[in-house]
Write a protein that binds this ligand. Structure first.
Ligand code: HPA
Length: 272
């Protein structure tokens, strides 16, 4: 569990670089970092400069915190995130969520690239996360609870805030953007799933599968943040099509969805 003093030290470092008080945090997934380039009057802080932030080296991630204005809202965006499969502890993966909360956010938009398990979905489409399955069997809140940060047994009956979801659906409709709805299953990776694992995940109720998001969403709920989750379905999950999966294809499809993704998020920001 994170230590209050470390969160405060990271926050104070960030406040030495900007006077902006962010209201919304955004975590940008693989190939989706382009949204951060739209932020106006931005202050860009490399993760490695921030006390207690780790350095991420996943391909397609820039590792910068970008603070500024987007659609009239003051936002703090993570251009790149930490993944469990890189060897970071879940404390390290989720530390930035604590810091963004300390900076003042009350809403967190989490995004990712993921595989479509639901065969009605298509690569390149966006999916609103309605709920998740923690298939990894570990939890970022394990350990002695820090009562400054949240309660010991947080409720998880609405991790992905219903009001934010409804707003996102409404905005997508108004802008003619296909926005699927589904349950995101967290798989540790880095190996992609086997076809048998995908069949299992479908039986368990998963519509999509990916290697991120759930740790950050759990910590966000513990911190009392309202979470909105948007996935970019970059591929049909393992075994659905008769073709292998590759990270290059994932990044390429995410890049193709870039404009639609940015358009959706920007218009959602106007409404929240
Ligand atoms: N599985 C897990 N993670 C992913 C996938 C996938 O099919 N696509 C993009 N990230």
């Amino acid at each position: 569990m994170h230590k209050t003093a470390e969160i405060v030290e990271a926050k104070n470092y960030i406040l030495s670089k900007t006077t902006a008080i962010p209201e919304i945090g955004i975590i940008l997934g693989s190939g989706l970092g382009g949204l951060a380039d739209e932020i106006e009057n931005s202050v860009v802080i490399p993760y490695e400069d921030i006390p207690f932030f780790s350095k991420s080296d996943a391909v397609g991630h820039a590792n910068e915190l970008v603070i500024g204005q987007l659609e009239g809202k003051t936002v703090v965006a993570m251009k790149g995130r930490y993944h469990f499969y890189e060897g970071y502890s879940l404390d390290e993966v989720t530390f930035p969520v604590r810091v963004m909360k300390a900076l003042g956010i009350d809403k967190l938009v989490v995004t990712n690239a993921c595989g479509a398990v639901n065969t009605d979905f298509n690569p390149g489409e966006l999916m609103l996360i309605t709920d998740h399955l923690n298939l990894v069997g570990i939890n970022p809140l394990i350990g002695k609870n820090n009562d400054d940060l949240g309660t010991r047994f947080p409720d998880a009956s609405e991790v992905y805030n219903k009001e934010l979801r409804n707003t996102a659906l409404q905005v997508a409709k108004e802008h003619n953007i296909t926005l699927r709805e589904g349950v995101y299953g967290w798989w540790s990776g880095p190996v992609y799933e086997t076809p048998a694992e995908i069949r299992m995940i479908r039986i368990l109720g998963g519509d999509a599968v990916g290697m991120s998001t759930v740790p950050e969403a759990v910590v966000a709920v513990h911190a009392g943040l309202k979470v909105l989750g948007i996935s970019c379905l970059t591929n049909m999950a393992s075994g659905i099509l008769d073709e292998p999966l590759s990270h290059e294809d994932v990044i390429a499809v995410a890049a193709k969805s870039r404009d639609t993704f940015i358009h959706l998020i920007k218009n959602v920001l106007k409404e929240i």
